[in-house]
Write a protein that binds this ligand. Structure first.
Ligand SMILES: N[C@@H](Cc1ccccc1)C(=O)O
Length: 514
């Protein structure tokens, strides 16, 4: 005999949606005006009661890429080139590209792609460096097929099915991509259908605690029974990203060595990134590494007294006309030495040690050893009697704390330090890698920063390279990966003195400098 089944109001609504053929969990949750994850508990309970079945599926969906969206909005580049071709007088590729780009707002790369398609389709050819259109019939065909592609894009956008052939072309041109989506579907069981048809599904308030106030109308409620036999879901244990763990440990080491942590902005004035470091505005040393410039009219504000000091020191030392306008422009900081400089300016004379661990940005081509953004650990030791030996000692001390046995030093060059040093450590696969650049800040730097005559040793350590050594990886991209499998394989055992002998990592103690 089937008995009555009690459901909460929400479970009852879910059940009636499912009985009406709405199986997609996302749609069900939309009907209820909540997020899918909010009804997971109800879904599990309904499934435990044998009323619904949960199906987990992977659905392939088409996604329009950034390029696809651009083409949908502006039209395919070949169409644009053809439609505006007559409006540009100079048909030489360079001039034509500029003209079309100006007229249409499409960037030059896209215009070039348009021209390539026109040539490939034989609607035009390049004669003596100019694009000359040919057979109008062929161009008409090209236009028609471009329009068709745009229509296909719009169909995909409206989630209308398109043919494999049509798709192939769009995928080749990277207008769409296939993304996999995990979807949950639920369907009614025969039991549910039977209960529903006999009107045995009842809605009640389901409570876990009976309060005295309910005593008089107990039949309004159902007290929920706990089913302790249901296995609890096993969640993967959550842990910090190994690279972040390593950075935390680095921070710990710095603090234990008596350093105070400071922070500075990612968007920085050229002034702090270069000028205070005595990197001449007209000198290639300024481009010792490439820099991302911020496309904006915004300018930094810097005290005029400080600017004046920078001007005086630059003009006296380098003999050129220093430009305050240039100094006020904004960049993505290319070195955290900007933060060290700010710290000296704020603290002035006296004795102190500060450090910062943070991201810097440089336009590099991404490969195993280079990334456009990476971490640096910059620090300074400031005081009247600080000297170069303190710097070498610091590097050795840090290496020792990290369990790195070999450090090799050679003289180096940096525009703002003299003397300068480059310290190398040995990576099992990559060989000797430079991770410890540093030096004594030049007197000019200290003068600009308002601490004339004070000594400071400074460094800017490549944290990522250090991490590659410590984490045993040989590709910098892995440090930023979100691929769980790759992350599982990345073992960070912690600092040498933090793990037990049984953990298997065998590190020796670094030798201290004499
Ligand atoms: N900022 C330098 C490193 C450095 C910092 C401080 C002193 C000397 C060198 C770089 O990024 O290459």
């Amino acid at each position: 005999m089937l008995g009555e089944v009690y459901l909460t109001a929400r479970q009852n609504r879910i059940v009636s949606l499912v009985l009406n053929g709405i199986y997609d969990l996302e749609k069900v949750s939309q009907h209820l005006g909540v997020k899918p994850e909010d009804i997971m508990r109800d879904i599990t309970e309904l499934s435990n009661k044998g009323l619904i079945v949960i199906h987990r599926e992977v659905e392939k969906k088409l996604k329009i890429t950034r390029i696809g969206k651009l083409y949908m909005e502006k039209g395919l580049p070949e169409k644009i080139v053809l439609s505006y071709y007559n409006e540009c007088v100079d048909k030489r590729i360079e001039a034509l590209t500029n003209c079309l780009s100006e007229k249409t707002g499409l960037d030059r790369d896209e215009i070039s792609i348009g021209i390539q398609y026109i040539v490939k389709a034989k609607c035009g050819k390049i004669l003596e460096g100019s694009l000359i259109l040919g057979d109008p019939l062929i161009c008409q065909q090209l236009l028609a097929s471009a329009k068709h592609v745009e229509e296909v894009l719009r169909s995909i956008d409206r989630e209308v099915k398109v043919s494999e052939e049509e798709l192939a072309d769009l995928r080749k041109r990277k207008m769409v991509e296939i993304v996999e989506k995990r979807v949950l579907r639920i369907s009614p069981t025969p039991l549910l259908q039977e209960l529903a048809s006999k009107g045995l599904i009842k809605e009640k308030e389901i409570v876990t605690v009976v309060k005295p106030s309910m005593a008089l109308e107990l039949d309004k409620y159902v007290v929920k029974e706990f089913d302790l036999s249901i296995p609890v879901p096993r969640l993967p244990s959550v842990r910090k990203h190994p690279f972040m763990e390593f950075i935390d440990d680095l921070r710990d080491i710095m603090v234990s060595l008596g350093f105070e942590e400071v922070k500075g902005p990612h968007v920085e004035a050229e002034f702090w990134n270069f000028d205070v470091l005595y990197q001449a505005q007209d000198h290639p040393a300024r481009e010792i590494h490439d820099t991302f410039f911020v496309k904006s009219d915004a300018r930094a504000s810097i005290s005029s007294q400080l600017m004046e000091r920078a001007r005086r020191v630059h003009e006296k030392g380098w003999g050129y006309k220093w430009s305050p306008e240039r100094a006020m422009r904004l960049v993505l900081r290319s070195q955290t030495t900007a933060v060290s400089a700010r710290a000296i300016f704020e603290r002035g004379e006296g004795e102190y040690r500060v450090f910062t661990i943070d991201r810097v940005f440089r336009p590099e081509n991404l490969d195993a050893k280079h990334s456009m953004e990476f971490y640096q650990l910059d620090g300074i030791i400031v005081g009247k009697n600080v000297n170069f030996k303190h710097l070498l000692y610091f590097f050795k001390e840090l290496a020792a704390a990290l369990g790195i046995k070999e450090v090799w030093f050679k003289p180096g060059y940096f525009p703002f330090t003299e003397p300068s040093v480059e310290g190398y450590i040995r990576h099992p696969k990559l060989g000797w890698v430079e991770v410890f650049p540093g030096g004594v800040f030049r007197p000019e730097v200290m003068e600009i920063l308002g601490a004339p005559g004070v000594k400071a040793v400074a460094w800017g350590i490549g944290v990522d390279r250090l991490a590659m050594q410590v984490l045993g990886i040989d590709d910098i991209r892995l440090l930023f990966t979100t691929d769980i499998e790759a992350l599982k394989n990345m073992k960070y055992l912690g600092l040498p003195y933090k793990f037990s002998k049984t953990s298997g990592r065998n590190v020796g103690v670094a030798e201290y400098p004499q």
